[in-house]
Design a protein around this ligand. Structure first.
Ligand code: GDP
Length: 356
């Protein structure tokens, strides 16, 4: 599943947000990995199509696409230096697909700001500097190792070259996602500044509906995505039933919770999409990359499905809703039989045929 690592300075609201995430346990219960690690929380990608399909197929349960979040300790200035403490903290997010940086925007004199004042821009710079320093350290260690391995002909020189190029960019203060270095050969290093970033501003409730303030914060991080939320409201929302939650959201001028936005934007940022399967047992969303072909998509369900792939019967969600059933969709020529070169579309409702 898609995994997003959460970073930020201390006291910006990470734990508050994360508590909301882990209270999501009812929804998360279907995903075993969520309960193994206490520092992992899950949000389901919101998808109103699932309930519609479950109705058509009379499904017993609905399984949306999960997005998991990994919490790490707060970064303080200098975390990447001194006894490798920072690196230990950061080890958890090396595996993440994307990084969500939580930035304090709320004003509250009772909550100490580690840097003395609420200043989103300065905080972002502190975090980004720490991440660059962490990557520099990773690269310096790797380069020492790579040099030996290249001399011993155990490693191709292109790996060392890529590491050296990346190091040079970071030394200029350029995060790797903004550089043109080909990081393919050094993917194993899980370099932090190479990951896509999502910025989460934890703001006062009033800011949520303040268009000018929103635009200001969004401009700070563009072209990356910004999510504005109030962590306190997020943790309240989790405790409410859907109707009351919708009411509370509406009262803050929003139609989607911050956590839902985060899941959705995580998908967008990483170029992911879902296809759907439905039957009496369950209606389910499966996560794939945009542009994937049918056999790879089948492989997400089971590797046997990919290996033994024969064909896929595909009905678009809209066609299925318009015709009302698989049977009617077939009768009206809306059920397509697709082969191994078919490029999956978001919202395809699929049944795979395969050899075992
Ligand atoms: P962390 O160190 O980043 O994990 O921050 P915490 O989640 O522990 O929050 C630090 C303090 O700020 C706690 O006392 C929270 O109750 C408070 N806090 C978190 N989010 C908000 C918010 O949106 N508004 C206000 N006023 N306080 C908040």
């Amino acid at each position: 599943a898609l995994t997003i690592g959460i970073v930020g300075l201390p006291n910006v609201g990470k734990s508050t947000l994360f508590n909301a995430l882990t209270k999501n346990q009812v929804l998360a219960a279907n995903y075993p990995f969520a309960t193994i690690e206490p520092n992992v929380g899950v949000v389901n990608l919101p998808d109103p199509r699932l309930a519609v399909l479950a109705e058509i197929f009379n499904s017993e349960r609905i399984l949306p696409a999960p997005v998991s979040f990994v919490d790490i300790a707060g970064i303080v200035r200098g975390a990447s230096e001194g006894e490798g403490l920072g690196n230990k903290f950061l080890a958890n997010i090396r595996e993440a697909d994307a990084i969500a940086q939580v930035i304090r925007g709320f004003t509250d004199d009772d909550v100490v700001h580690v840097e003395g004042a609420v200043d989103p821009k300065a905080d972002m710079e502190t975090i980004n500097t720490e991440l660059i320093l962490a990557d520099l350290e990773t690269l310096e260690k790797a380069i020492t190792r790579y040099e030996k391995e290249v001399r011993g002909r155990k490693l191709g020189p292109e790996v060392l070259a890529a590491a050296q190029e990346a190091l040079a960019e970071l030394q200029k203060g350029i995060p790797l996602s903004a550089s043109s270095v080909d990081l393919g050969p050094i993917r194993e290093l899980g370099l932090l500044t190479a990951k896509p970033f999502i910025y989460v501003f934890n703001v006062d409730e009033a800011v949520l509906t303040d268009a000018a303030k929103r635009a200001e914060l969004e401009a700070l991080v563009a072209p990356a995505h910004a999510v504005l939320l109030d962590a306190k409201i997020e943790s309240e929302l989790i405790d409410l039933d859907p109707e009351d939650a919708a009411e509370l959201l509406a009262s803050t001028g929003q139609d989607e919770s911050g956590l839902d936005q985060l899941a959705r934007i995580g998908f967008e940022t990483l170029g992911l999409q879902t296809y759907l399967t439905a039957g009496p047992k369950e209606t389910r969303a499966w996560t794939i990359h945009q542009g994937w072909k049918a056999p790879a998509a089948a492989g997400v369900i089971h590797t046997d499905f990919e290996r033994g792939f024969i064909k896929a019967e595909v009905i678009s969600f809209d066609d299925l809703v318009a015709t009302g059933s698989v049977h009617e969709a077939r009768t009206h020529g809306k059920a397509r039989i697709e082969g191994k070169d078919y490029v999956m579309k978001d919202g395809d409702v699929v049944e795979f045929r395969f050899n075992v």
